[in-house]
Design a protein around this ligand. Structure first.
Ligand SMILES: Nc1nc2c(c(=O)[nH]1)N[C@H]1C(S)=C(S)[C@@H](COP(=O)(O)OP(=O)(O)OC[C@H]3O[C@@H](n4cnc5c(=O)[nH]c(N)nc54)[C@H](O)[C@@H]3O)O[C@H]1N2
Ligand SMILES: Nc1nc2c(c(=O)[nH]1)N[C@H]1C(S)=C(S)[C@@H](COP(=O)(O)OP(=O)(O)OC[C@H]3O[C@@H](n4cnc5c(=O)[nH]c(N)nc54)[C@H](O)[C@@H]3O)O[C@H]1N2
Ligand SMILES: [Mo]
Length: 768
């Protein structure tokens, strides 16, 4: 070990680990001004009762049950050779009989930080060399935005890389209209690691500099800093608010016609919709008031305020995870264009301020090498959240991004580094359809609900057990991370697991050595050196000097300077739209898109439109409450849910459900009660927390509680995973993204006797 602290990097922070005691202790990185508490769970989860020590095979799989008991079964502990032989035989058999695309290895998920030990990269490299698989496209975070924005303004990755910083917004003294608020709780995280949690400080400084933040959210969000105003909007209606603001601008002659003429296209095609000429409905402030529950006068005043001074129209990522999420982000760009501030310092639109630490912080995009993924042959895919549709309707047609596609027939599922039994919607449906698949192979460190839905479970290591290169390309550092513990039990790295399979399989033509191709004869240490050297070359092209690999390892990190000026999106385009054309067909911001109009989709005329959500308070019937799910404060998704820190945030041992006092009184419920939350898709238990900081009629639950379906009560999750309630619908035919956030429910006191949650008790394991 070099003469420096041992570093371990997680998506929620960087830790200096003391390895001299019996158990490693994790202290936040010295230079982190505001570390996340989530790291408190890291030591205890290294070897908690949920950790998987050996390869496991589901008992019913060995007995040939065809998947019937998947999700409820016991497991047989086995040795590595037997488990790898079994998995390799399954993969080889399916490829030979049905082609590699009969294996779904979409494997969406966050896994752990680390650029080499990145489960998805390992999996993609393996399957590309194996001959392919069916993959997934886009994310659960903002699929609707990823698909729509390239047609309208620019690819999302480009926009998030050089995103407008709070420091620029502070410089402009702008008013920020924040749809979905500024959820500081979420800024604990960044994909790949956070060296310095700067988001809270940056927002504080902006507020102190006179920035006005208007939180538009059904929930007041106590995490957002004091000083933000709160406009309690009806969930799912933000698009109507944006249209009402736009209508007011035009009605009062406040829109920037010069900017619309010089940098945009199609405003004239949108105007007849806005003023009602095309459909007889003016999208006025009064119209918007009826849909959003806000005052028409408030909407008008807000439009005038936004037009008067510098402004930012900020939409959260959560805006995209709803019915027609495409429209809300499109209209966010359009409203900002009408205000004319796009590309002026600290003005324009923002996408996900505080969604993760980097968005709004003073950052510049860094260019780090990843584990190489050779591209081979065709790459069939599904939109990531259409997994259950694919399993239910093989061969069926669906629309996606202007094309008509067909679902493949899937015989096996392979997952490493994600948890669909956390992240997917309508989990009772997924649980049912998952049983139709012949073989399920999973790598997991812990007995998560995904591991418990697998036939072959390979125990995976955690970041604390391996050396890596770690850092986010939207952060400030690259770290040399260290193993601070030997692997738990017989756990292996994802790379070693794929290498073990590759030893037992050939490439697609039957003659290539897959192991040789996968590893290139390199050890993990060799890969780290190679990836570092490539990173060093890339960064040198951007003028950043990095030390040689051995010096870097000895120092443990390299830091990159912040940008000279706080960035604002699209400044070059603003200055010279001809020289810096956008990548849209017109090279401009597309308020009307000929491309999208030509798709001929029902109710999608080629400009942003209001389409009422399927489930919302505007049309509530049997289920009168609107459930909003949001990211959890005490963990990352379902990761670390078994820890004492996460469990200390529960109410009566279940996920808290937050409810307005009036709604609780109407149901004779008291704080701390165990609840049954239900709709036609399923039910879960929850613990009541009464709070007046949300709109009556709205209830909230955080995501990420480990699914624990009750064998005695079909459809009931005893632990409080809200995804047994959420709908499994595409956002629209444009992106087919997850409409994960919201649904209608009813809540009652849980009937007695209340079943115990078994979520954190491992399955029965037979050891020979
Ligand atoms: N209702 C509702 N649902 C949602 C959302 C919502 O807002 N509402 N949000 C959605 C969003 S934005 C997202 S991004 C998804 C997140 O969904 P996921 O990213 O799937 O959630 P995680 O819990 O982070 O899953 C990561 C899994 O990887 C495992 N893991 C960790 N490290 C390693 C490793 O090194 N190797 C291997 N093999 N495995 C490892 C962990 O144990 C865990 O099971 O959830 C989505 N679901
Ligand atoms: N601590 C922690 N941080 C995280 C994560 C985590 O698991 N834990 N996950 C990370 C990931 S993968 C992602 S994608 C980001 C997600 O970042 P976001 O998508 O921004 O996060 P959410 O918490 O789902 O939603 C933000 C807010 O939107 C509000 N909201 C919901 N529906 C509506 C609506 O219809 N209208 C309005 N106006 N507001 C609404 C919710 O009340 C919530 O407070 O967070 C990241 N940060
Ligand atoms: Mo996400």
């Amino acid at each position: 070990m070099p003469d420096r602290p041992a570093y371990v990097v997680a998506h929620w922070g960087v830790y200096q680990v003391d390895t001299t005691a019996d158990r490693p202790t994790y202290a936040p990185f010295d230079d982190d001004p505001s570390p996340s508490e989530i790291g408190r769970s890291m030591a205890e989860t290294l070897d908690d009762p949920c950790r998987i020590d050996r390869p496991m095979v589901r008992r019913g799989f060995l007995e040939g049950d065809g998947g019937a008991a998947r999700g409820e079964d016991s497991y047989v502990a086995t040795d590595w050779d037997a488990a790898l032989d079994l998995a390799a035989r399954e993969l080889g058999r399916i490829r030979a009989a049905h082609g590699p695309e009969a294996i779904y290895a979409g494997s969406y998920g966050w896994a752990s930080a680390g650029r080499f030990h990145h489960a998805q990269s390992q999996l993609r490299r393996f399957f590309n060399l194996f001959g392919g698989c069916t993959r997934s496209r886009d994310t659960y975070s903002y699929a609707a935005g990823e698909v729509i924005l390239p047609h309208v303004v620019a690819p999302l990755e480009r926009l998030l890389g050089g995103h407008t910083a709070w420091a620029a917004i502070a410089g402009a003294g702008a008013t920020v209209l924040a749809l979905g608020g500024v959820p500081l709780r979420n800024a604990q995280i960044d994909a790949g690691g956070v060296a310095r949690h700067t988001q809270a400080g940056d927002i504080r400084a902006a507020l102190d500099a006179g920035v006005r933040v208007v939180n538009v959210c059904p929930v007041r969000d106590r995490d957002a800093l004091a000083g933000c105003e709160w406009l309690a909007i009806r969930p799912g209606s933000d698009m109507a608010l944006l249209l009402g603001l736009a209508h007011t601008l035009v009605a009062e002659g406040l829109h920037d016609t010069a900017f619309l003429a010089s940098h945009c296209t199609g405003f004239d095609r949108f105007l007849p919709y806005l003023d009602g000429g095309s459909d007889g409905v003016a999208k006025s402030a009064d119209w918007a008031a009826g849909l959003t529950g806000l005052d028409a006068a408030t909407i008008r005043a807000l439009a005038r305020d936004l037009a008067r001074g510098p402004s930012v129209i900020a939409a959260s990522w959560s805006m995209t995870r709803q019915d027609n999420g495409e429209q809300t982000w499109w209209m966010t760009v359009v409203l900002a264009a009408m205000l004319g501030g796009i590309g002026l310092p600290g003005q324009g639109f923002a996408l996900g301020l505080a969604a993760v630490n980097s968005i709004g912080s003073l950052r510049r995009p860094l260019s780090f090498a990843g584990f190489p993924i050779p591209m081979r042959g065709p790459a069939p895919f599904i939109p990531v959240a259409r997994i259950a549709d694919m399993l239910e309707h093989p061969g069926a047609e669906y629309r996606y991004n202007g094309t008509t596609r067909r679902y493949p027939e899937i015989r096996a599922i392979y997952w490493a580094g994600g948890n669909p039994f956390h992240h997917h919607q309508d989990l009772n449906r997924l649980h049912r359809l998952w049983k139709r698949v012949g073989t399920v192979i999973v790598h997991e460190p812990h007995w998560t609900p995904l591991a418990r839905h697998a036939d072959i479970v390979f125990p995976a290591t955690l970041s604390s057990e391996r050396a890596d290169l770690s850092g986010s390309t939207r952060d400030t550092h690259l770290f040399a991370t260290d193993p601070v513990r030997p692997p738990f039990g017989e756990a292996r790295d994802d790379h070693a697991i794929f290498a073990g399979l590759a030893e037992r399989l050939t490439g697609p033509e039957g003659n290539t050595a897959l192991h040789e191709a996968f590893t290139e004869g390199l050890t993990p240490g060799d890969w780290l050196r190679r990836m570092y050297e490539e990173t060093r070359n890339r960064m040198a092209r951007h003028g950043d000097e990095m030390p040689d690999y051995d010096t870097f390892r000895a120092r443990g990190m390299v830091a990159f300077s912040p940008p000279a000026e706080p960035p604002t999106l699209l400044t070059a385009f603003r200055e010279d739209p001809a020289a810096h054309r956008l990548s849209t067909p017109s090279g401009r911001i597309e308020i009307f898109s000929e491309t999208i109009a030509a798709w001929g989709l029902d109710g999608q005329p080629g400009h942003p439109v209001w389409r009422a959500p399927v489930e919302w308070l505007g049309a509530a019937g049997r289920y009168p409450l609107h459930l909003v799910t949001h990211q959890p404060d005490r963990r990352l998704h379902s990761q670390l849910d078994q820890s004492s820190y996460s469990r200390a945030g529960k109410v009566a041992g279940r996920t808290p459900l937050v409810m307005h006092p009036d709604d609780a009184a109407a149901r004779s419920l008291r704080d701390g009660d165990v609840l049954r939350v239900f709709n036609d898709r399923g039910a879960c238990l929850a613990g009541l927390r009464i709070d007046d900081g949300l709109l009556p009629g709205v209830v909230t639950m955080e995501t990420g509680a480990w699914l624990d379906l009750d064998p005695a009560t079909p459809g009931l999750c005893r632990n409080g995973n809200p995804n047994v309630l959420t709908p499994d619908r595409g956002t629209s035919e444009i992106a087919q993204g997850p409409a994960a956030l919201s649904c209608l429910v009813e809540v009652e006191a849980a009937p007695l006797p209340i079943p115990e949650s078994r979520a954190y008790a491992p399955p029965e394991i037979l050891r020979r």
